[in-house]
Ligand binder design. Structure first.
Ligand code: NAP
Length: 223
């Protein structure tokens, strides 16, 4: 399976690439193809160092080329850039491509981390991305509550749940499979995409809990 990561040069992209290159061909996307290739070389070296042999590969290209090739496309970009990036890349994807949004609409204010849709009366991430999807059922929301620090650290033992929202069972199953491939993560389905705000708001919740209570490596686990 070819997994494309739009904005894959950021922290989350690095974590996803390190983890999934064990089994898949990962393509790092960037606005700048050279930056993408440089990151791909760096991540390949790190993956080999951390895990030894890789069954897959990590390569890099510009965001639009990555979108055209991918079977699964991760939108690893800031909330503020959803419209400008998605209007360029999502019209280019294959009909069968599953699109994943880990995007958290969050801002830091005097009181702590806050949820932009509530604070500023704006759409949540899933709603913004959905506007640009040809086949709307292929959009799945996931990975809001796992930090890049945990994904990029192969020696850190994970034991966390990942909330998943989406309308199409087949697409949700593809994402569940990718979550299960990361040791210590468990997918928890919350419901259709319109409930994605519940997952997206979990990130500021977790970060406020972490900072106010001095908790290292917080995560969510349903017991
Ligand atoms: N960091 C975490 O621990 C974490 C946890 C859960 C969810 N998330 C969510 O996952 C997503 C990615 O997180 P991240 O920390 O990796 O983000 P990031 O480092 O801030 O940005 C990721 C990439 O987005 C691209 N980008 C930045 N500004 C852009 C712009 N103006 N227009 C188009 N592309 C732009 C950049 O790639 P190029 O410059 O190479 O194009 C950048 O490397 C975010 O939506 C975040 O809310 C993050």
């Amino acid at each position: 399976m070819k997994i494309g990561i739009i904005g894959g040069t950021g922290g989350m992209g690095k974590g996803f690439a390190l983890r999934w290159s064990q089994n898949h061909d990962v393509i790092i996307g960037s606005r700048d193809a050279t930056r993408a290739s440089d990151s791909a070389v760096e991540y390949t070296n790190l993956a080999k160092e951390a895990f030894g042999e890789m069954k897959g590969t990590i390569s890099g290209s510009d965001n639009v080329s990555v979108a055209k090739e991918s079977d699964v496309l991760i939108l690893s970009i800031p909330y503020e850039n959803i419209d400008s990036v998605c209007s360029g890349v999502l019209p280019e994807i294959k009909d069968s491509c599953v699109v994943v949004s880990p995007i958290v609409p969050m801002t830091k204010t005097d009181v702590g981390f806050e949820f932009i849709p509530i604070k500023e009366n704006k759409p949540f991430s899933y709603q913004l991305v959905l506007k640009h999807m040809k086949n709307k059922s292929k959009l799945v929301s996931a990975f809001h509550v796992i930090s890049e620090k945990k994904l990029v650290n192969p020696t850190l033992e994970l034991n966390y749940d990942i909330f998943v929202c989406g309308d199409d069972d087949e697409s949700v199953q593809v994402v569940n499979g990718l979550i299960n491939e990361i040791k210590g993560l468990r997918p928890i389905y919350l419901g259709p995409g319109e409930l994605s705000y519940l997952s997206e708001i979990s990130t500021p919740l977790l970060l406020n809990a972490m900072i106010r209570n001095k908790i290292n490596n917080p995560g969510i686990k349903i017991v």
